[in-house]
Every structure is written in C-alpha cells, then in structure tokens.
Design a protein around this ligand. Structure first.
Ligand code: OOG
Ligand code: NI
Length: 475
C-alpha cells in the first residue's frame, strides 16, 4: 500500500520534473534556490527554525485555475487523495486596476505531522463568469457552453482518487496509474487554441483567457521555498533571468520573519498552436506561465495580521505621497517603529502562533510552576517554537497575478459583484473550506495543554488570542 503522504510526495516530485521540462527557467530557479539554501544552512545556526532543511528543500506550492464548480470538485477529489484539503478563502476580484475574475482557496495538508512529511500545497482559483463587472450575460453563457464541452479530469482518474481517499492510499499498480493520470491532467495541452475566442476573453482578463480559452487546465507555476529571498532575487538577475522588481509581503528587516515574502519572474513566451477563424492551424506563442519563489515566516494571529495589514496600508499611503522613495526602505522604517522586534514579544502580545514545549529534567527544588504564560516562559519552564505560515496573502497573490498580466483587462465597476465568501466556496467545492486561523490556534492550544500537563501546571491556561478561533472563516 502506498499511503496518502507518499502519494503526495511522489505527485509533488513528478509534477516538478514535468514542469521543469516544460519551463526550463524553473530548473534554473530550483538550482539557485538550492545554492542559497545550502549557503544559509551553512552560515546560520537558526536556519532550521522554521522547518528542517529536508522539508524546505522538497517544499513547493503550485497554482492552478479552473472554470466551473464541477471542475473545482474534481480537483478537490484529486487533492483529497493526496491528503490536501481546502484552507482559506481569497477574493481576487476587488484589487483595483488589474483585479482578476477569480476566487481562490489553497489545498494543503492540515495536520502538523502531514505538513512535516510533505507540505505540498496548490493555490486553486475558480473563474467567476457570473460577475457582471467582468462578463456580460452573453459572454457568461458562451463561457458556460465552452467549459461544459471539456473534461479536465478523466473518470478513471477521479475513481482512483476516490478510492485513494477512502482507503488512505492505493496499492501498486493503482498508485502508479493514479500518479501518471494526475500529473498528465496538469500538463500543458497541445490542442490548438481558438484564436478569436481566446482574444475575446483576453480583452476581459488574461486570466479569464488562460482559464476559459483553452481545452485543459495546466500548472501555472510551481514555487520553491528559499531561505534568503533577497539574495535569490539578486542572483537570478546575475543569471540573466529578470525578476519583477518587487518582493511582495513584509520587508526584509532584522526582526522576526513573519507570513510570506514572494517574488516572481515574468511569464515567458511558450509555443502554442492556434486555430484561425478560417480553420487553418498556425503557430504562435502565449505568455501565461511564470516562475515564483517564496520565503516563509511565522504565522500571525488575527491581531498580528491586522497589524500587518495596517502596516501595508501605511506603506501604500507613504509611497503614494513620496513616489520617489524606496518602498522597501519606507516599509522597513515603519516596521521598526511599530512591529515587535522579537519572537518573545510576538508571543507575549498574542500576535503570532507558537507551539509550547515543557522543559523537563531540571531540578525545581519543589517549586510550583507559575500560573501565567509569561512567567512560565521567563522562568524557563516552557519554550516557544514558532509556527510556520502555511497559507497565502490575497494582496500578494493579486500582485503576483497582476505583475504577470499582459493587459489591464476591462472591468466595469458599476454592476455589483457576485457575492462570494468561504461558505459559498465550500458549497462549490463540496467540502468545507477551513479557516487557517482556527487551524493554527488549535495547534497552539494543543501543544500548550500537553506542555502544562507534563509540568503538572494549571491546564486551563490559554495563550493570548487563542480564544479567537470562534471568528468566522476567512483570510
Ligand atoms: C495564482 C497567483 C497567486 C501566490 O503564490 O500567491 C499565487 C495564479 O497565478 O494562478 O500563486
Ligand atoms: Ni504562487
């Protein structure tokens, strides 16, 4: 029997091999990422604080885009076979100019042991053809007709996925068959692209054309995790691959790394075949698939996340008033003034998630453990280990989408957008979309309870903010 996590690890590896043959610049990105991770591991004794080198080396996220709820349910079934569940709701339709007509979630393992085994995640976007800001009724119905004619996931693949989900794995040779079909479902299709249809959708949004203008889905990008993203950004430039000029997310600074920093290289022209209006098949190219890399930091609580969002808004305001100022410098200065400079402060103020671990075996001369978290940490009874952020940032995702779009697209802000939220997305997926904050809080609570029990301390004690997991889902 090949258990779920081995299927997931094998799928991630095979997808990476496949994508490397399709997009050679991705292979360069992996090489440079590997070099930098080795360098950081060699010089920084804390390099593994947010994940072992073996986890970080294998770590990837992918991105796919689908057109209908049925297609989304198919993708969800395949990911369920791999132990990946929908977490978080991201609405990318409202991001101002360059907004994209999709809502998204990320499929990923949720249990810590599973994340440790292989943390593969896939950012998955669903087209929203009923959103009148982007599509009129005529285009919506032609899109529906086009999408109804295609099959992204063959029935045999979905049946194997169902079986793998039910029995938590697959025996050989079914496992092999499942992996082969699953990887093939995300390969770039060689079907000719209908030139006029693609161009019509592209006028609305390049993302709409990439989803609804072609016969199949494909992996849009695969993102390795790097331990020093600023060094990577420089070195890719030296290798002749131009990255977008910005690193999305928090600035580089000397305080704790939090959330997620990402950057990408622009989509490269890939040869594609086209069907012209007169029926001729011609050659051409499309630029849709790009390369991205990311550095992960500590997961923030809702309160910590609100601080991050405020800092981002303040950086924007400052940048708007001082267009010549360096955005990184501005952000760094703001962070210095207002964001906690140590993990200790993040924990004590309830701004980030940690797991707590008892320090046993020390003579305590009959002393009782103190009844508060700060006292337990200060007295050396407990240690706190940061929880790594496993999710995405809507604003950064919008920036990544936008930096890779050819045109601005066309959007009419007058009609109301179709309302969408985590509940509606859960209905569409046919599975509950989990709230990431609740997952981190549960992990933190569990570790604290176990640690307190091991110390014989009051197990009713809670970490600050841990009670907030009752809030509604959303990111
Ligand atoms: C997804 C863009 C978002 C990320 O890492 O934030 C994303 C896409 O381009 O389909 O991948
Ligand atoms: Ni991405």
């Amino acid at each position: 029997m090949v258990p779920t996590w081995r299927l997931r690890a094998a799928f991630a590896r095979r997808l990476s091999d496949m994508y490397g043959t399709e997009v050679p610049a991705y292979t360069t990105l992996l090489e440079v990422t590997g070099e930098i991770n080795d360098e950081v591991a060699g010089r920084d004794p804390d390099a593994e604080r947010l994940g072992s080198i073996s986890r970080v080396t294998a770590e990837r996220h992918g991105a796919i885009r689908v057109g209908t709820e049925e297609e989304l349910r198919g993708a969800a079934q395949i990911f369920a076979a791999l132990g990946m569940h929908p977490v978080g709701f991201y609405d990318l339709r409202d991001g101002g100019p360059g907004a994209v007509p999709v809502v998204s979630t990320a499929f990923r393992p949720t249990a810590t042991e599973e994340l440790d085994r292989n943390p593969f995640r896939v950012f998955t976007s669903l087209l929203t053809p009923s959103d009148r800001r982007f599509f009129d009724a005529g285009l919506e119905s032609r899109l529906a007709a086009f999408l109804a004619r295609r099959t992204l996931f063959p029935p045999e693949l979905l049946q194997l996925a169902e079986r793998a989900e039910k029995s938590a794995g697959l025996p050989e040779p079914a496992a092999e068959r499942f992996l082969t079909l699953a990887v093939a479902a995300f390969e770039l299709s060689s079907e000719p692209v209908d030139r006029a249809w693609y161009a019509e959708l592209e006028r609305v949004s390049a993302v709409a054309a990439d989803i609804g203008g072609v016969a199949a889905t494909h992996i849009n990008h695969l993102t390795p995790r790097v331990l020093d993203i600023d060094a990577l950004h420089r070195r890719m430039g030296e290798r002749g691959i131009t990255m977008i000029d910005r690193i999305q997310g928090p600035p580089r600074w000397d305080g704790p790394d939090v959330l997620l920093r990402q950057t990408s290289f622009r989509a490269l022209a890939e040869p594609r075949r086209f069907r012209e209006p007169d029926g001729r098949i011609t050659g051409g190219s499309l630029r849709v698939r790009f390369g991205e890399v990311e550095a992960r930091g500590i997961a923030l609580t809702r309160a910590g996340r609100a601080r991050y969002d405020e800092l981002l808004a303040e950086t924007d305001r400052w940048a708007a008033r001082h267009p010549d100022a360096d955005r990184q410098e501005t952000a760094r200065a703001l962070w210095h003034r207002t964001f906690p400079h140590s993990e200790h402060r993040l924990a004590a103020d309830g701004l980030a998630f940690f797991t707590y671990h008892p320090v046993t075996g020390r003579p305590r001369d009959g002393q009782r453990p103190p009844a508060d978290l700060a006292g337990l940490l200060a007295g050396g009874w407990l240690t706190a280990r940061p929880v790594v952020y496993e999710d995405f940032l809507p604003r950064s995702a919008a920036g990544i989408f936008r930096s890779n779009l050819t045109g601005e697209g066309a959007r009419d802000d007058a009609p109301a957008g179709t309302p969408f939220d985590a509940d509606r997305l859960s209905d569409a997926v046919g599975r509950p979309v989990r709230d990431p904050f609740a997952l981190y809080a549960a992990q933190q609570d569990r570790s604290l309870r176990e640690a307190l029990r091991a110390l014989g301390a009051d197990t009713a004690l809670r970490a600050p903010d841990a009670g907030e997991d009752a809030s509604p889902p959303g990111v």
